[in-house]
Design a binder for this molecule. Structure first.
Ligand SMILES: C[S@@+](CC[C@H](N)C(=O)[O-])C[C@H]1O[C@@H](n2cnc3c(N)ncnc32)[C@H](O)[C@@H]1O
Length: 335
């Protein structure tokens, strides 16, 4: 097999993480009002295993949905994923309970064949995307950038699972900075079922009593452009500024903050905060100016004047600190 197909297959294998119903329930309960009368698309979801399909099908009437569309992706690397060999990519359409038993029965779910493999980027899947109002899924981790770019291109509302580190991708960071996307409620640890052929690992991996393999990831979050109350909650600030506790960087006119909860209430200049700040960000309280997450200097991302020479990571007394988001408190009149 050519090296490229092996790489592709490896990436695809690492993409098989199945979200638990409980995690979907816990997040989605904050968004109920957004769904009334809407067509929902889950476009990375084999309906036989996807709890996104289960959640929306069983809550169809409760949420007042108009239509649920779910597409299933058939992996093309059949030599490595033999269990998929005879399966065809399909999409499902559910338009609600017809026989009054409040359950999505098999005869109420339309199963339709797809011509291609169900790739979310394919023409036929894009047609389904166009039809949808809100896209909700856990997309392939390896295609996160492309996945979000497509949602933005088609101006779609969405709620999707990703890695907190995705926020440091330049394209994603720009969207966050411009208040076009933000983080949802849950951030942190999340456990996922993984396929039987998943490699065993020393940490964050277990097999339950039924033989099901699991992995947990510590830095998972939801990304959305649906407005939620959390996004307008101001972070309570109680600390006061002192130059000793909050040193100014050697290479930026900004002070260093080690913990988001330590942001001082009386400092009006630029502050460098950990990436996890994004989970607490309210655009009414702060402006995001930029980010310094890597050694390479990109003025478009850094967003504030750089006084250094080469290494763009924030320096304190000649030592590199961690990646930082540059923020500034909004003026009282703007809040
Ligand atoms: C992180 S898993 C999540 C699965 C499911 N959404 C869930 O949350 O349980 C991502 C899924 O996307 C599928 N996938 C990978 N590449 C895809 C593509 N190009 N188009 C659509 N789906 C894809 C994978 O097969 C995998 O099942």
């Amino acid at each position: 097999m050519a090296k490229r197909s092996i790489d592709k297959a490896k990436a695809a294998k690492e993409d098989e993480f199945y979200t638990q119903l409980e995690d979907i329930n816990n997040e989605l309960r904050h968004y109920r009002d957004h769904f009334r009368g809407k067509t929902v698309l889950c476009n990375c979801d084999d309906p036989r295993i996807s709890n996104f399909f289960t959640y929306f099908a069983y809550n169809f009437e409760f949420l007042g949905l108009k239509k649920l569309i779910t597409t299933c992706y058939k992996n093309q690397n059949m030599d490595l994923f033999s269990q998929n060999q005879s399966e065809q990519a399909v999409y499902l359409v559910y338009e609600g309970d017809k026989n009054g038993n409040s359950t999505p029965d098999a005869e109420e779910i339309g199963v339709k064949p797809l011509i291609g493999d169900g790739d979310f980027r394919s023409k036929e899947c894009i047609e389904l995307l166009k039809e949808a109002d809100i896209i909700v899924t856990n997309p392939p981790f390896s295609l996160f950038r492309e996945y979000v770019a497509q949602l933005i291109e088609y101006d779609k509302k969405f709620l999707i699972i990703g890695n907190q580190n995705n926020a440091t991708y330049k394209e994603i960071f720009h969207l966050i900075k411009e208040n076009k996307i933000w983080l949802g409620y849950k951030s942190g640890n999340m456990a996922f079922k993984v396929p039987a052929n998943s490699k065993e690992r020393k940490t964050r991996f277990w097999i339950d009593e039924s033989g099901q393999k699991w992995r947990s990831l510590g830095n998972i979050c939801w990304y959305t452009n649906l407005d939620i109350p959390k996004r307008h909650d101001n972070l309570p600030l109680y600390k006061t500024y002192s130059p000793k506790e909050y040193p100014t960087y050697d290479n930026y006119d900004a002070i260093n903050i080690n913990k988001t909860t330590d942001i001082p209430c009386d400092f009006d200049g630029v502050m460098g905060v950990p990436i996890t700040f994004l989970d607490k960000y309210s655009p009414e309280q702060f402006d995001i100016l930029g980010m310094s997450a890597s050694a390479g200097y990109n003025p478009d991302i850094v967003g504030i004047p750089f006084k250094g020479e080469k290494d763009a990571r924030p320096l304190i007394h000649g030592k590199n600190t961690y990646a930082r988001v540059f923020i500034q408190k909004r003026k009282q009149s703007e809040q």
